[in-house]
Ligand binder design. Structure first.
Ligand SMILES: NC(=O)c1ccc[n+]([C@@H]2O[C@H](COP(=O)([O-])OP(=O)(O)OC[C@H]3O[C@@H](n4cnc5c(N)ncnc54)[C@H](OP(=O)(O)O)[C@@H]3O)[C@@H](O)[C@H]2O)c1
Length: 368
């Protein structure tokens, strides 16, 4: 008789970013550690924590008092801190990026060289140059390591994987349209329904962790543009960020300001948006839309008036909404809709990517 024996798979997690998403991820992992051990044979240990200035390592894994321990025991961050700590250790290592840092994205090749799988909520690595994108994938293949980024589009909604699976199965994708930003969705849903200045809604969304760390990343259209580019590349297109047509809602004089200066002058956003709102027909609302036309290779980010009764017009709260058109879904698109922003759904999406890698690296032994 052959017995299948499963070994406990210990996964060492090195987390960059301890903000909204990062700290929620820590809570979700600590709360489900026992569940993963008992049900899936996976022992998740968070052995490294870093913010932009400080770093903490603990080979036994952090526990619920991590905030106090980080405040007391973290040290000044060096680029190679995690490599030195993990060197010689044969455990599976996953670097998790819950930052919006370009510097960290450019560091992924080095992490991969040192044997780290990468899971990221940060869209920047996938939207740097096409050559960076291609080289990263060649390196991953050489090192036999994984890179997961489902949360790059639609937070926890399964958009990236759906588009990837359609493309990989030989399906011709035609278009992906929708409300790509849960944050902008939230802002324009409220702006359409309430008599409140747009700037107040932005500040509220920032306070609730719905926006990017700098809300101009959303309002400029750059965040939606990055999501479109992630999906375009997932559909097999070779395009650069500069190829995207983007409507920027931030006026030129507010673009170079520091975040604090921008917040001080945020009411300047109000005038032009009030004007757009006043031009709407009674059966219309404003929606911030992303449109990826795969056949014509065009990517467009814009604020548009849509009918209230249309699917985009009926969205509530911070819902994301995606319509995927392809050979099989030509007349009736594949529709994915649901909470498209927020720290809980994003952290859960990261955790799901971590589990995906943990399962793929799990060893199963046959005992004779
Ligand atoms: N919130 C959402 O709904 C949502 C949805 C989908 C995707 N995301 C993505 O998730 C990521 C994080 O968002 P968030 O809302 O959690 O941001 P956040 O609250 O502003 O937190 C960002 C964290 O990143 C840290 N950080 C910045 N640069 C770093 C570096 N070079 N190395 C290590 N840590 C660094 C910051 O440290 P300091 O405190 O020291 O500056 C902070 O702890 C972003 O890429 C965002 O696009 C968020």
């Amino acid at each position: 008789m052959h017995l299948i024996q499963q070994q406990m798979n210990t996964i060492h997690i090195y987390l960059f970013g301890l903000g909204n998403v990062g700290s929620t991820l820590i809570k979700q992992i600590l709360d489900s550690q026992q569940f993963f051990k008992e049900n899936q044979g996976i022992d998740l240990k968070i052995v490294g924590l870093a913010n932009s200035k400080k770093v903490l390592t603990d080979k036994d894994g952090i526990s619920k008092d991590w905030k106090e321990v980080f405040a007391e025991q973290s040290v000044t961050r060096n680029a190679d801190h995690f490599y030195r700590f993990s060197s010689g250790d044969l455990t599976i290592r996953i670097a998790v990026d819950a930052t919006a840092s370009k510097e960290l994205s450019q560091f992924y090749p080095e992490l991969i060289e040192h044997g780290f799988h990468v899971v990221t909520a940060n869209k920047i690595a996938n939207t740097l140059s096409q050559s960076f994108y291609d080289d990263l994938r060649i390196l991953l293949q050489e090192k036999e390591l994984s890179f997961e980024y489902e949360t790059n589009v639609g937070a926890g909604l399964p958009i990236v994987e759906t588009v990837r699976n359609l493309h990989k199965s030989g399906e011709q994708l035609f278009a992906v349209n929708g409300v790509f930003s849960g944050s902008l969705g939230y802002m324009f849903n409220r702006f359409s329904q309430e008599e409140v200045p747009f700037s107040e809604i932005v500040l509220d969304a920032l306070k609730n962790g719905f926006t990017e760390p700098d809300p101009r990343e959303d309002l400029s259209g750059n965040d939606v543009a990055r999501k479109l580019l992630v999906l375009a590349r997932e559909s097999g297109l070779k395009l650069e960020f500069n190829d995207i047509a983007i409507e920027n809602l931030v006026m030129p004089e507010l673009r170079p300001a520091s975040l604090n200066q921008f917040i001080d002058q945020i009411e300047k956003l109000d005038h032009s948006l009030e004007e757009k709102k006043s031009q709407l027909q009674p059966d219309e609302v404003l929606r911030h839309l992303g449109q990826l036309d795969v056949l014509n290779k065009t990517l467009t980010v814009s604020l548009q008036a849509v009918k209230k009764e249309s699917p985009a017009g009926q969205l509530q709260g911070s819902d994301g909404f995606f319509e995927i058109y392809s050979e099989s879904y030509a007349a009736h698109p594949l529709v994915i809709k649901g909470a498209g922003a927020g720290k809980a759904v994003t952290a859960r999406g990261l955790l799901s990517d971590i589990i995906k890698i943990s399962k793929a690296t799990k060893k199963v032994f046959q005992v004779i």
